[in-house]
Design a protein around this ligand. Structure first.
Ligand SMILES: Cc1cc2nc3c(=O)[nH]c(=O)nc-3n(C[C@H](O)[C@H](O)[C@H](O)COP(=O)(O)O)c2cc1C
Length: 343
């Protein structure tokens, strides 16, 4: 392990002391979860991707996605789109919603997005990349950042050229997920390829892909030479991993992992915040996903998840989750009956 703390970096005027970013994840990194991740050590957070065409429609759901917390600055709002004019308008909208920086998504591999020549499909059209970045940067007074993959497929990797276009356009920070679009989420992220982007430019570069703990964060940084690390899937049901990674980046000893009671307190806070933010119907659906992740590794968790997915009432979900986490601590069979029969 390295014993030299990372110095952090700037996004425009914002000094990011802890070079650890929470990855944007649609349907996961909403405001309730970002707040928890921030507390565990994320230096920056970014909203879920917001389609540039959606912002004009002013839907409640879109507004909710752009809601940011007073306690999470510096925070970016992420936008996606293929058309420079839509991107310009979306960037202005995001700035008006209080974003400290606007992050442009050119990494999304989803077919529906790529068909509109947005997300990672843009990597095939370098002149358009430049036009989109120029439109966003000219539209706002806050810094604009970019998130990419390493190219469309193994035969057309262009991570260095895209990084240079980004720097020449005035992008303030670049994040590289070390996979091509063709790889989707398969195989292992290529941290050497991320390093090619870092070598090509002098703006801050964050490396992303398959960082799961302190050791992998330090290894990715060693191989890529990046200024910081972005972590996504590893925080699902496990936001305290950010405390472990941030301690390693400060060259400090790892903190104690939360015990069973502390974990339940985090889960409960998360569930209550989902309810307050989304309302009961959506919170109930999201709770199924998050509680399933949080329950991994606990006693009888597969059996619990099967039952929990069938519970429809919010109050019953809370009761079952509470009993399940208490059961793990005590292995008390009477408590098991509570979550086994919650409906
Ligand atoms: C469910 C899910 C949703 C995602 N949504 C977004 C998104 O909205 N915007 C984005 O730039 N990347 C998105 N990503 C990609 C992640 O930000 C990240 O690049 C990827 O998961 C690799 O990092 P990891 O190995 O740390 O998870 C998403 C990934 C997942 C698994």
């Amino acid at each position: 392990m390295s014993n030299i703390p990372l110095p952090g970096f700037h996004i425009g005027a914002h000094h990011v002391r802890m070079p650890l970013a929470l990855a944007p994840m649609a349907g996961i990194t909403d405001l309730p979860f970002r707040r928890i991740c921030k507390r565990f050590g994320a230096g920056i957070t970014v909203t879920e991707m917001i389609a540039s065409r959606a912002v004009e429609q002013g839907r409640e759901r879109t507004e909710r996605m752009a809601e940011i917390g007073a306690d999470e600055h510096p925070v970016g709002i992420q936008i996606a789109g293929a058309d420079p004019e839509f991107i310009r308008d979306a960037a202005r909208w995001a700035e008006a919603h209080g974003a400290d920086f606007i992050d442009i998504n050119m990494g999304c591999p989803v077919k529906k997005i790529c068909k509109q020549v947005a997300g990672s499909a843009l990597l095939k059209d370098e002149p358009r990349v430049a036009r989109i970045l120029a439109a966003a940067i000219a539209a706002v007074n806050v810094p604009v950042t970019l998130k990419i993959r390493t190219g469309w497929d193994a035969h057309s990797k262009n991570v260095e050229r895209i990084a240079k276009i980004a720097e020449e356009s005035g992008i303030a920070m670049l994040t590289v997920h070390g996979r091509t679009r063709a790889q989707m989420f398969n195989g292992h992220a290529n941290w050497e390829d991320i390093g090619l982007a870092k070598l090509a430019v002098s703006i801050p570069v964050l490396g992303n892909g398959d960082v799961v703990d302190a050791a992998s964060a330090l290894e990715m940084l060693r191989i890529s030479g990046c200024d910081g690390v972005m972590v996504g899937r590893a925080v699902q049901g496990n936001p305290w991993v950010l405390a472990e990674i941030s301690a390693a980046l400060r060259a400090e000893a790892p903190p104690e992992a939360p015990d069973g009671g502390q974990r339940w307190a985090i889960v409960r806070e998360h569930l209550e915040a989902l309810h307050a933010h989304h309302g009961e119907h959506i919170a109930s659906k999201l709770a199924r996903k998050h509680v399933a992740w949080y329950s991994k590794g606990y006693k009888d968790s597969a059996e619990f998840r099967k039952h929990f997915q069938r519970i429809s009432e919010w109050a019953a979900q809370i009761e079952a989750a509470e009993a399940f986490f208490a059961y793990d601590c005590s292995a008390n069979e009477q408590i098991k009956q509570v979550w086994l029969h919650a409906a």
